[in-house]
Design a binder for this molecule. Structure first.
Ligand SMILES: *Cc1c(COP(=O)(O)O)cnc(C)c1O
Length: 476
């Protein structure tokens, strides 16, 4: 392909992109394909000769697109969203065009300095103290691993990288509702899954601070070394908010690293009315949230804030001869702020998003979602045969169908599982589930970039319609 052809295809594809968003509601939200259906349509060998772009693009439309689940469909209510937005896409296009590898300041000074500035913007917007500094990571999982490795280094007086862990008696604490990425990080960090202590939650699925302190005291008595606590601000199951202030004072008292996983709910901190979620933040050591979930910035873009930058750098710094530069120490070399050496220019799309929406635009957007969730919550509550299973803190509604004539929990679980499958089969919406106290729970997240009131209205109508047929479904 030469530049002339590039220009031609680029224009054609941008037109396709705009058409896609115009027609997105014509696609089934969840891909309606069987396993291997796509794989078997693809040739067994790579092409020996180059192919025409027009042929490739046609295959994209005919083969790939039917196997895509449309995360940007306004009726995507599943998991947590992975939002994109127009300014984000444009930023991503430029990032791909520049193709810059932003490992150190020298390899792209503007990327490093834009990242520094945008991180400070976000930090200040979110009510995080100015003693913190931020860095973009690929995912919250990586950021949490980064936190646990830094905690391990600090707890060993920065010797474990050098000598390995001589005697592993470290303990990490999180609630029973915490995301699986904590467990993964503990395993990778060589601490052992058995040393991840899961603290019970209260009736609103928040970590019980008193149970946390008891577990720490018990561990100290038995010769363990409490090393890190992970508090969840917005659990994946129900967006429960752990009591940060109480947890922070325990971490302070026992000198334990405190990491906050706010992967999803962190975005809401740009709203003053949600600042209560991080009361106690001054005592936190590290914090992660994902603009790639709810803050209109396409995957991947995860923001990691750290209070003591030195403990991060001392954990990750490597300095081979070929990476020594004159600017070292004066500027941020982000390769020392996490696991990978090479880094994408992710700050660009985030900058585009923040500037194009403006703070007010972003706030308005999040508040609209929160308000839609309130509306749906009211509908669920006032419906005689549905029930709410968790408080709606932000924009996730947890509920189930529970008609008066069914009381058996096992039956209710089966009925609700059937409802979910039937709903997703229609292709008109996509929901996922969780279990709350053994109860099969439908989760409906109102966070998609393009979701509006009428989508929620018609989704609720379809849910009721299918639910009321569910007890008669054949499989039941
Ligand atoms: C989504 C999520 C994660 C994982 O995020 P990745 O960026 O995909 O690693 C971690 N914690 C919570 C609370 C989440 O909601």
């Amino acid at each position: 392909m030469n530049n002339k052809e590039f220009r031609q295809y680029a224009h054609q594809m941008v037109d396709w992109m705009a058409d896609y968003f115009e027609q997105i509601e014509d696609y089934p939200v969840k891909a309606q394909v069987q396993p291997k259906e796509i794989y078997n349509q693809l040739p067994a060998q790579a092409p020996i000769q180059g192919e025409e772009m027009s042929v490739i693009f046609k295959d994209f439309q005919d083969i790939i697109l039917p196997g895509i689940t449309h995360w940007q469909h306004p009726n995507f209510f599943a998991y947590f969203p992975a939002n994109t937005s127009f300014p984000s896409i444009l930023g991503e296009m430029l990032t791909a065009t520049l193709g810059a590898q932003c490992m150190i300041w020298d390899t792209s000074p503007a990327a490093a300095e834009l990242e520094e500035r945008v991180m400070n913007w976000l930090r200040d917007l979110m009510g995080i103290p100015s003693s913190f500094e931020g860095v973009i990571q690929d995912t919250a999982s990586t950021a949490t691993l980064t936190a646990i490795l830094s905690a391990r280094e600090r707890a060993t007086n920065f010797e474990s990288n050098q000598k390995g862990i001589a005697q592993n008696n470290f303990r990490v604490y999180c609630s029973t509702e915490t995301h699986s990425s904590i467990e993964k990080a503990v395993k990778i960090a060589g601490l052992g899954k058995n040393n991840l202590v899961k603290i019970p939650v209260d009736e609103q699925l928040r970590m019980q601070a008193t149970a946390l302190e008891k577990a720490i005291q018990e561990d100290l008595k038995n010769g363990y070394r409490p090393m890190c606590i992970v508090a969840a601000i917005g659990t994946t199951g129900t967006t429960a908010i752990d009591p940060l202030k109480a947890i922070a004072s325990i971490s302070q008292k026992y000198n334990i690293w405190l990491h906050v996983d706010a992967a999803y709910a962190g975005s809401a901190l740009i709203l003053p009315e949600f600042q209560w979620m991080i009361e106690g933040i001054e005592q936190v050591d590290s914090f992660v949230f994902n603009p790639h979930k709810w803050l209109l910035t396409n995957f991947d873009c995860s923001v990691y804030f750290i209070k003591d930058k030195e403990s991060l750098l001392k954990t990750f710094e490597v300095l081979p001869e070929y990476l020594k530069t004159a600017s070292r120490g004066v500027v941020n070399d982000y390769r020392d702020w996490g696991v990978p050496l090479g880094r994408r220019f992710r700050a660009l799309k985030l900058w585009f998003v923040i500037r194009n929406y403006g703070v007010e635009g972003l706030q308005k957007h999040l508040r609209a979602h929160i308000s839609l969730a309130q509306t749906l919550t009211e509908w669920v509550k006032s419906s005689p045969d549905f029930e709410l299973l968790a408080p709606t803190t932000l924009n996730l509604v947890c509920f189930r169908y529970h008609p008066k004539n069914i009381e058996d929990e096992k039956t209710l679980n089966t009925v609700n599982k059937n409802i979910l499958e039937e709903l997703n089969k229609t292709g008109r919406m996509y929901l996922t589930h969780t279990k709350i106290n053994q109860q099969y729970t439908l989760r409906l997240v109102l966070g998609q970039t393009f979701v509006e009131a009428h989508h929620v209205q018609s989704a609720w109508e379809q849910i009721q319609e299918i639910a009321r047929k569910a007890p008669q479904l054949e499989r039941f």
